[in-house]
Design a protein around this ligand. Structure first.
Ligand code: GLN
Length: 527
């Protein structure tokens, strides 16, 4: 009997200390949750959910469970992450406020810190879109890492991962409470879906270069723009998750091949200061694009942008005003191109192959309820995009809209190539860059305002009034879409709050294609 006790105690000791330490020393990425702890964490999240009234909808088994994992999820699982739940987002990632979801809107967790109570729901602020559920979950400490609409079009899935290497001496449940964890998330960023919610919720939102992370398993919105993005509490957390998921994947034809990756990394080696001090930015050149001073920018945002410039200058960076003249056309080009691609991608949701099927009429004979199926199955914003996208692709308007937008996209890309110090590593004939005036990164605001009120985001039902048109909401993306059109990496870092309403404001950094290291390095100094 004593022998069995010895084995039992040795086994516990092995599992709780030696094995963990051994595996901790083998690599950076460890999972320290077992199934019971995971349940604890989920319950805990739900409790926060009720307390905060932040309407992040946890839909663990809502209608659909994906039969397979997206590549990035597979990579996270390989790094010992655990899929934990699903959060809310705008349908098919279309929206900037997370108000177009079957499950209802997501409120901004910062509403809770305002002291004067939560007021009426319409007075409350949005969390931003489309990945508002993930952003609210990260900002309110509900989760460690989350991901968005992989394999399921209207839901996001939260995963937990825990990364630490220090020795483990206590039982794992104590570890759960006291050890440092990654606080971060994954999302998809087509035109700012991760960066805008990050700015509104006061967290980090990172969009890597197009092709860096596999999109296999992600429902396509606009293929030429879609990227996997990350939501995190700190830049370091975002970087750790990025390192895990930025692997080449044969199943995504746009995934950066290994030889190109090496070439890109060689051209963009990242900025290092001579002193080795991470806070020292001497030698770094930061561009301030004049065209981002749009009339819609709130004064508080302009002030924070100025503070950000001063902050980086104080650390030794050289501030360079730059001009990117085609920026003003980027927003309209984005909405033409994204809608066109979406209208084509969403054609598969016809009730025959995928998606909701209307029970009006039957699929036999001539009574195919195709229109009913799509009218019932898609929400208003998605229908609007499909109609817009189909229109710009029709023979009569293709040249005037779609082709023009493609040309604008090329000009926006060239604007970026002109101002960066390094040539674009994936262009066969890179534009000559001006090494005397070129910059390592660009600094802009992430949004034109703090999180808007929910009531200001819903379009007016009265179409005759001068009140908001649904398309007015698109202007909120003006700071984020240029980087998406150019496919370059961009990151949003929280940088203070508005003195008027106390809601967070984020600053955005953008770098040349493939230069994530410099971007993350500079972003960390803004924290
Ligand atoms: N707000 C933008 C749109 O609706 C971007 C959304 C996204 O990045 N998924 O297209």
């Amino acid at each position: 009997m004593a022998k069995w006790w010895v084995i039992f105690i040795a086994d516990i000791f092995w599992k709780s200390t030696v094995k963990s330490r051994w595996s901790a020393s083998r690599g950076e990425r460890q999972l320290l949750y077992d199934a019971d702890q995971l349940v604890v964490r989920i319950c805990h999240s739900q409790r926060i959910l009720h307390q905060s009234t932040s309407r992040v909808t946890f839909t663990y088994v809502q209608d659909f469970t994906s039969p397979y994992d997206a590549t990035v999820v597979h990579l996270l699982r390989k790094a010992r992450a655990v899929v934990m739940g699903k959060t809310n987002l705008d349908e098919f990632g279309m929206g900037s406020a997370n108000i177009y979801s079957t499950f209802g809107p997501v409120y901004n967790p910062h509403d809770l810190g305002k002291g004067q109570g939560l007021g009426s729901p319409s007075e409350r602020r949005v969390a931003g879109g489309s990945s508002g559920g993930s952003a609210a979950a990260v900002a309110s400490g509900m989760c460690f890492a989350t991901r968005t609409n992989w394999s399921a079009c209207v839901i996001q899935i939260m995963v937990v991962c825990r990364l630490q290497t220090t020795p483990i001496w206590s039982t794992s449940s104590i570890l759960f409470l006291c050890r440092p964890y990654i606080t971060g998330a994954l999302g998809s960023d087509t035109g700012g879906s991760v960066r805008l919610p990050a700015s509104y919720c006061g967290i980090v939102g990172f969009k890597p270069s197009y092709g860096r992370c596999s999109r296999w398993g992600l429902i396509a919105y606009a293929n030429s723009l879609d990227t996997v993005g990350l939501l995190a509490r700190t830049v370091r957390d975002a970087e750790i998750v990025y390192d895990i998921i930025s692997e080449h994947d044969d199943r995504d034809p746009t995934s950066m091949p290994i030889d190109i990756k090496k070439h890109v990394d060689a051209i963009a080696p990242g900025f290092e200061s001579i002193t080795g001090d991470l806070e020292d930015l001497t030698g770094l050149r930061i561009g301030i694009p004049q065209e981002y001073f749009v009339s819609e920018l709130a004064p508080a945002i302009v002030q924070l942008w100025r503070d950000g410039i001063a902050h980086l200058r104080d650390r030794g960076a050289t501030i360079v005003p730059v001009s990117m003249p085609n920026t003003r056309h980027a927003l309209s080009a984005y909405y033409v191109l994204a809608s066109a691609e979406a209208s084509s991608n969403l054609a598969r949701f016809d009730g025959l192959r995928y998606g909701h099927r209307s029970d009006k009429g039957s699929f036999k004979n001539d009574t195919l309820p195709y229109a009913d199926t799509r009218t019932e199955g898609f929400g208003p914003e998605v229908r609007r995009r499909i109609i817009l996208g189909t229109y710009v692709l029709t023979a009569g308007s293709y040249k005037n809209y779609f082709l023009q937008a493609q040309k604008v996209r090329r000009l926006v890309q060239e604007d970026f190539d002109h101002v960066f110090l390094f040539p674009n590593p994936v262009h066969h004939h890179p534009l000559p860059t001006d090494t005397s005036s070129g910059v390592h990164v660009l600094l802009t605001p992430a949004a034109i305002s703090t999180a808007p009120k929910m009531q200001d985001c819903f379009p007016s039902a009265d179409e005759t009034s001068n009140a908001k048109n649904p398309v007015d909401a698109y202007v909120g993306d003006v700071m984020t879409v240029p980087a998406s059109l150019a496919g370059i990496p961009a990151i949003v870092v929280p940088f203070g709050a508005s003195p008027l309403d106390g809601y967070p404001i984020g600053l955005q950094l953008m770098a040349q294609y493939g230069d994530e290291r410099t971007l993350l390095r500079v972003a960390a100094t803004l924290e």
